[in-house]
Design a protein around this ligand. Structure first.
Ligand SMILES: Nc1ncnc2c1ncn2[C@@H]1O[C@H](COP(=O)(O)OP(=O)(O)OP(=O)(O)O)[C@@H](O)[C@H]1O
Ligand SMILES: [Mg+2]
Length: 266
């Protein structure tokens, strides 16, 4: 069933209800200059979590969000595909097992890519960019690197074109930091097999997941400053420590509490 509830998208509701909200049309986060309005000291922090299925992204993303909130930071936890009600509906379409799709023909790699990019466009425009402009720490479970790894290395679509399309839908938004959870494919899939329901991508052949893993590793080699590779075979606690140690130096000057959402009528 195609349904995304608003409860699934709390960060979106939080940002959308901000009456200062506007659709950003520029590729910077600092927002338009307005008279009498001080420019924020700095924009937020955008961290993404990438890796193959079952590598531990969601658990660590959530753990970091909890830790940062305990330290008083304003954290928006979100995911791709998804993150807004519209994008969550696209997610449902994308991840539904084949036998639950509206008709039996398989999605072409191009259709899959366009749906993911449509979801990303909506998510970046309506949630991620406005949140960063207001100084939030945005933690995103998968982002543009997944498109390169899955649709590029996994499905064989042209990487240059995918990079251009990513730039187009994100207006050039690039994470400040990306954690790549690297794990042998069989181990990741074994962890997922214990999950209640497998999605459409979990059911791809082993060779597909291996190409995806190689793709992620190639991306990490290419973006050594942005992408931090995590040995996802380590214990949960050891990984959480490594992540917090990496993030800590980037926290200086960030918003300690969410800005209040006041109506201008008051
Ligand atoms: N370091 C770890 N060691 C062992 N098991 C782990 C570790 N981290 C997470 N897990 C377990 O592996 C399973 C998958 O973890 P998680 O859902 O966080 O992965 P994921 O990368 O988000 O997966 P997916 O790509 O399918 O969304 C969960 O049952 C989780 O408890
Ligand atoms: Mg996950």
């Amino acid at each position: 069933m195609l349904q995304a509830t608003l409860e699934d998208c709390n960060p979106f509701v939080e940002i959308f209800n901000d009456l200062d909200y506007h659709i950003p049309v520029v590729s910077t986060y600092s927002g338009p200059k307005r008279p009498g309005r001080a420019k924020p000291k700095r924009s937020g922090l955008f961290i993404t979590f990438e890796g193959i299925e079952g590598s531990g992204k969601t658990s660590q993303c959530h753990h970091l969000a909890t830790t940062l909130r305990e330290h008083g930071y304003w954290v928006i936890e979100t995911r791709e595909p998804g993150g807004t009600p519209w994008a969550e509906q696209i997610r449902t379409l994308l991840l539904s097992p084949q036998n639950q799709l509206p008709s039996p023909e398989p999605l072409t790699p191009e259709t899959e890519t366009c749906l993911i990019l449509a979801s990303r466009s909506h998510h970046v425009t309506h949630l991620v960019t406005p949140a960063l402009a207001r100084g939030a720490i945005v933690l995103c479970d998968r982002f543009s690197d997944s498109t390169l790894a899955y649709q590029g290395y996994g499905r064989g679509l042209d990487l240059t074109r995918l990079r251009q399309m990513n730039r187009w839908v994100t207006h050039g938004l690039t994470p400040h930091l990306t954690f790549l959870f690297d794990l042998p494919v069989r181990q990741g899939l074994a962890r997922r097999r214990t999950a209640a329901q497998q999605n459409r991508l979990d059911r791809e052949p082993l060779a597909f997941h291996q190409r995806v893993r190689r793709g992620f590793r190639a991306l990490a080699m290419h973006h050594r400053r942005r992408i931090v590779s995590i040995d996802a075979r380590s214990t949960f606690e050891a990984i959480a420590q490594q992540i917090f140690h990496t993030v800590s130096p980037l926290l200086e000057g960030l918003t300690q509490h969410p800005p209040s959402f006041e109506s201008p009528d008051r």
